[in-house]
Ligand binder design. Structure first.
Ligand SMILES: CCCCCCCCCCCCCCCCCC(=O)SCCNC(=O)CCNC(=O)[C@H](O)C(C)(C)COP(=O)(O)OP(=O)(O)OC[C@H]1O[C@@H](n2cnc3c(N)ncnc32)[C@H](O)[C@@H]1OP(=O)(O)O
Ligand SMILES: Cc1cc2nc3c(=O)[nH]c(=O)nc-3n(C[C@H](O)[C@H](O)[C@H](O)COP(=O)(O)OP(=O)(O)OC[C@H]3O[C@@H](n4cnc5c(N)ncnc54)[C@H](O)[C@@H]3O)c2cc1C
Length: 667
């Protein structure tokens, strides 16, 4: 469809844009160097993508064909990744961006069965393997000579990992571990790529040695022969079946019956089993959970890719689509002129910037803490865990809601698979569950916050919670500004944590045990953790944009400021009941916040298309009939419809077989 004229309304929108789109793109992707790397990487990846864009849409493939097609595409893409690695494109964040940029695109539309090899198998060995293990396994893994997965969740347990039932029992006579899934509920379930794709996997199991159980540890287990790919003796393996989305990921199940692996295949960076079976404890048992922390951090980064696609599709479509008259006798308006449409969509643009910034910050914090861990300092691990948990939860929940709003904002056409919005929804909603169900993760953050509150006067607070000491100072006045809103939300978070602690104390005083008091208070605890997370996201967004402002052009400055304001005011209005409960906000302040918000929706309107163009997503990555750069929506919808195999014959055989006899009363 290249070379066709761009839709007139979109052309006009682009002429209206008040800032330099290329400058915004550079800012969004973190500066000139990072943006250059992104473009270079995308151009390599697009070579692979172009080839596949001519294939028939995968919607018409059977489940088996979808898998086979997915493997063909994954192999083509990961060959390019391997090529980039060999050319020295080696930073882990480059891989992260390369891979997450492709998932949900025209190529790896419904995920990839190889992604988990990169996302969890390799990081687990890097984080939890000792030096010899890294030397032994990583070169082959980086080169894809072996493919791995991560099998932690079981049929019976996902959240409560201390309750996992798979066992690894050490046999000093042979210096081996014997792995078993002794019950039906202990079958590993869900691991990505495990079904038919990988030949190795990290298995998380209860370690038994010298007659004692030492809790869960990770083991490298070979599940298929490297040559024939047949399952090894004692290994029962398969795929778990169709899901709401991510159907190319080949999630699998695994049963183990007396499978023996060498002692050296327990990941031993933190805890060890010596040859005679002596167990050497880790400095902190939670270091074994390192792979999960890493993935939670990556997820925050990864989700932005789906968010910017969804919002690009919905905003461009809203500029092209005309429906109904605003005023009698006038032409039908672009649906972007309806304020409710802007209310639905502009928060998605602002959120893209906010999450991009907080995602980078979290990634940097992760690396700082990792370095400290290597040096033996574990002090910041609880804070990192609490931060990664709440950001993963809030970011995936918010993005899921926004993507669904984008779909609804596109009316009926948004429901078409060819819009790509349903697929994007499938990808983001999965992230609310995997790597820790969101409520469970918010409760982990709440646990940290409650502990912090209880020790607030006794210790210096770590950076992300230091506001708790000062929050109440601002409780008696309200200022309608971004700073004012941030202070207000800090007061809310502090107030909610305090109220949780007080309510729990009341319950404890009345004789309830701690666990029951915690469970009874958990609606409030989840809300407190969310409130804390909102403070972090909004304040980081504000601080980072304020730092950037002096470095950007005069034309871009107000646009960035509008996005920060919109984000802050939107969340202030969403959390009005909390603000009314905990701060000095009054009716008149609320009315002026509402007015401010409506003004922002008006001010951002002329730049809406420019703002999504600045995400600079090639059409192949967008993979959408509604969102392409040229805006030729109706032609694309018809072209896709005509690809349906049902349209290839004038009369379908089911007419003669079933319909006709039924209609004639013969059936
Ligand atoms: C190269 C990159 C390539 C990038 C590509 C990007 C593309 C992305 C594409 C995505 C494709 C799809 C991928 C899908 C991946 C999904 C994989 C999984 O789900 S796998 C399966 C994932 N499964 C899950 O996520 C399961 C979720 N469940 C859990 O994480 C845990 O069981 C639990 C945390 C809920 C409780 O654990 P429990 O042992 O009962 O703990 P207690 O409650 O008793 O608390 C005890 C103490 O421990 C502390 N602490 C806890 N955790 C940590 C930590 N991580 N650290 C530090 N500390 C931690 C806690 O604070 C507390 O401290 P204190 O107060 O005592 O001081
Ligand atoms: C697409 C996808 C890919 C996945 N990939 C992998 C993979 O590669 N490897 C792997 O090992 N696993 C994988 N998983 C599994 C995933 O990590 C688990 O599904 C997740 O951790 C939740 O566990 P569960 O399914 O057992 O839910 P449950 O723990 O049974 O949760 C069910 C409900 O109970 C609530 N609940 C449970 N415990 C608590 C608690 N302590 N306090 C309050 N509420 C609680 C939850 O909030 C939830 O509402 C994947 C899952 C999905 C959907």
């Amino acid at each position: 469809m290249g070379g066709r004229e761009v839709n007139k309304d979109l052309q006009k929108e682009r002429q209206k844009c008040t800032f330099d789109i290329a400058e915004m793109t550079t800012i969004f992707y973190g500066g000139p160097q990072k943006n250059f790397n992104r473009k270079k990487r995308d151009s390599v990846m697009l070579i692979g993508a172009e080839e596949f864009s001519k294939d028939i849409p995968d919607d018409y493939l059977s489940h088996k064909e979808l898998y086979e097609d997915g493997i063909k595409k994954s192999v083509a893409i990961f060959s390019l990744v391997r090529q980039m690695q060999r050319e020295g494109f080696t930073s882990i964040s480059d891989y992260r961006d390369a891979l997450s940029g492709l998932l949900g695109s025209a190529v790896l539309r419904d995920g990839s069965a190889i992604a988990l090899h990169y996302l969890m198998f390799i990081p687990a060995i890097m984080n939890q393997g000792n030096e010899e293990q890294q030397t032994q396994w990583l070169p082959r893994a980086w080169d894809f000579n072996i493919l791995g997965s991560y099998a932690q969740t079981e049929l019976g347990h996902g959240t409560f990992i201390r309750g996992l039932e798979t066992t690894a029992t050490y046999d000093p006579a042979t210096k081996e571990f014997i792995l078993n899934t002794p019950t039906f509920s202990s079958y590993k379930w869900w691991a990505g790529g495990l079904g038919q794709t990988v030949n190795y996997c990290i298995v998380v199991a209860q370690l038994h040695t010298k007659g004692e159980c030492h809790g869960i540890h990770s083991f490298i287990v070979q599940v298929r022969d490297e040559e024939t790919h047949l399952p090894l003796p004692g290994v029962k393996i398969g795929e778990i079946g169709p899901k709401l989305g991510l159907n190319a990921v080949n999630n699998g199940f695994l049963g183990l019956n007396n499978v023996r692996i060498p002692r050296t295949q327990m990941l031993m960076k933190h805890a060890q089993v010596l040859e005679d079976g002596t167990y050497v404890k880790s400095r902190n048992s939670k270091l074994n959970y390192g792979a999960m922390v890493f993935v939670r951090v990556v997820i925050v980064f990864d989700m932005i890719n789906y968010l910017i696609r969804a919002i690009t599709i919905a905003v461009r479509y809203s500029a092209v689509r005309r429906q109904s008259q605003l005023k009698e006798g006038e032409p039908e308006v672009q649906i972007l002129d309806y304020i409710m449409q802007r209310h639905r969509l502009f928060i998605g643009i602002a959120a893209s910037h906010a999450y991009r910034i907080i995602g980078s910050k979290l990634w940097d914090t992760f690396h700082d803490v990792q370095e400290q861990l290597v040096g033996g300092n574990l002090d910041r691990l609880p804070e990192l865990h609490a931060l990664a948990c709440c950001l993963k939860a809030v970011c995936t929940s918010d993005i899921t809601a926004i993507v669904e709003n984008c779909r609804r904002a596109c009316g009926g056409h948004g429901y078409m698979r060819s819009s790509n919005l349903p697929t994007l929804y499938g990808m983001v909603t999965a992230a609310c569950t995997y790597e820790g169900e969101n409520n469970v993760l918010l409760l982990q953050t709440a646990r940290f916050l409650v502990k912090t509150w209880q020790q607030i006067d006794k210790q210096e607070l770590t950076p992300t919670v230091s506001y708790l000491k000062t929050a109440n100072v601002f409780a008696d006045k309200w200022v309608n500004s971004v700073d004012g809103i941030i202070h207000g939300l800090q007061v809310v978070a502090a107030g909610k944590i305090k109220s949780c602690v007080e309510n729990m104390k009341k319950r404890l005083d009345s004789g309830m045990c701690y666990e029951d008091a915690w469970n009874t208070t958990s609606v409030q605890l989840v809300a407190a953790a969310e409130a804390h997370c909102r403070v972090i996201i909004i304040s980081t967004f504000h601080e980072e944009v304020s730092r950037l402002l002096p470095t950007v052009s005069e034309l871009l400055r107000p646009v960035l400021e509008q996005l920060v304001e919109l984000y802050a005011v939107y969340w202030a209005l969403e959390k009005l009941s909390d603000l009314l409960l905990y701060t000095a906000i009054e009716k008149k302040d609320v009315e002026s916040l509402q007015y401010w918000y409506e003004e922002l929706l008006r001010e951002i309107r002329p730049n809406a298309v420019g703002l999504v163009d600045a995400f600079d997503i090639p059409d192949i990555m967008l993979n959408s009939t509604l969102g392409a750069y040229d805006g030729r929506v109706y032609e694309r919808l018809m072209e896709e419809a005509l690809k349906s195999p049902l349209n290839a014959e004038p009369v379908n055989s089911s007419f003669h077989k079933h319909l006709k006899p039924f209609m004639q009363g013969k059936l």
